[in-house]
Design a protein around this ligand. Structure first.
Ligand code: ZN
Length: 364
């Protein structure tokens, strides 16, 4: 993949170009932005550029031909260390960072990044899913963050700065990535045949993607697409608790499969959908000018219908919406810490109702 295929991330590209030209590349970067927008692809491309063996004159132009370039693409480069959350785990295991109990600090990312480079002139480690580093994992990285080995580069990838532990944020250079536009998502969906079924038109998927390719892929499952619309409709009533809607959400999570991790991911997705809804509510009542390529026309008309002519005090409503968004983030945190899902969802939905109806105190 060439850099020009990495859509929408020119600011990050230019930033790295400047840093490399001035020989001021930092040792630790934290990439943040919504999932499915190309942060990992960007990190790998950067790694390929730095490990390329024949791009001496143009540092961000990997040749794609040399052994170094090819080994990065095949994920076999001896100087590139890749760590991510295993599919069925709720955290990044400590073993991946500092080795198992019998080999503490003799294996894992922190050990490997301190070794002498084999062929690339530097060691590069990429931690995907940094949102899933727990305190113990983050602490195990401290020594590497405090005293980075010479010629080493560590890139952590997460969805937001707020989701990272302060020990990481304070020791990293933050690089923010914006969502793609819907036409960029559509362009990728059309050209790459990523979606295997044709239950939902690609343009509808792109419109509903919030600029995230991975969200578009999830929504290609028509149950998921339909659930998103039902959730929006329910939130638009300001009384999401009615008709036992919490049970619908739990059912949506359970239909992902028996694994807790799959169910958890679906609940986090449901809260992400709710946040998308609340953000659009804000845009609607403040009559904000927005790029039509970055909002879902379905959601625009739904919120317009529900709240467009509201006589409620705008500032008070904005305060309520802000609290609803915070409540969604809390819910995601609870789900991540594996609290009892049913209870978490029921309380979440009940409280969203209280807040969006403007209740000062919880009512039964
Ligand atoms: Zn090369």
């Amino acid at each position: 993949m060439a850099w020009n295929e990495i859509l929408n991330h020119e600011p990050a590209f230019e930033r790295f170009q400047r840093s490399i030209e001035r020989n001021r590349l930092a040792n630790t970067y934290l990439f943040v932005g919504p999932p499915g927008i190309g942060k990992r692809t960007f990190a790998l491309k950067l790694a390929q550029s730095l490990l390329c063996e024949s791009n001496i004159n143009s540092p961000l132009m990997p040749c794609n031909q040399c052994p170094g370039c090819q080994q990065v693409v095949a994920a076999t480069h001896p100087d590139l260390i890749l760590v991510s959350r295993p599919a069925k785990k709720s955290i990044i295991p400590l073993e991946a960072l500092i080795g198992d109990k019998d080999h503490r600090r003799q294996e894992g990312l922190c050990h490997a990044i301190g070794l002498k480079p084999f062929r690339g002139g530097r060691k590069i480690a990429i931690i995907d899913d940094a949102d899933y580093l727990n305190q113990e994992g983050a602490n195990s990285l401290l020594k590497t963050l405090e005293e980075p080995p010479p010629m080493s580069l560590l890139i952590l990838i997460g969805t937001s700065e707020q989701r990272q532990l302060s020990t990481i944020v304070s020791r990293s250079q933050i690089v923010r990535f914006d969502p793609l536009s819907q036409s960029q998502v559509l362009e990728i969906l059309t050209s790459k045949s990523i979606i295997e079924n044709d239950a939902i038109p690609l343009s509808d998927l792109a419109n509903a993607s919030a600029g995230s390719l991975s969200t578009a892929v999830l929504l290609s499952d028509s149950d998921c697409f339909e659930f998103r619309r039902r959730l929006f409709q329910q939130l638009a009533t300001k009384d999401p608790g009615q008709n036992d809607f919490a049970k619908t959400i739990i059912g949506f999570a359970e239909s992902a499969g028996k694994e807790n991790s799959l169910r958890r991911d679906r609940l986090i997705l449901a809260a992400d959908f709710a946040i998308t809804f609340y953000r659009q509510w804000i845009l609607t009542i403040t009559r904000a000018q927005v790029d039509p390529d970055r909002v879902d026309p379905y959601l625009v008309s739904l919120t317009q219908e529900a709240f467009g002519d509201s006589s409620d005090d705008v500032n008070q409503t904005l305060d309520q919406i802000g609290r609803c968004i915070e409540r969604c983030c809390d819910m995601q945190q609870q789900v991540r810490s594996n609290a009892g899902f049913a209870n978490v969802v029921e309380t979440w939905i009940r409280e969203l109702g209280w807040i969006s109806r403007g209740s000062k105190t919880p009512v039964a």
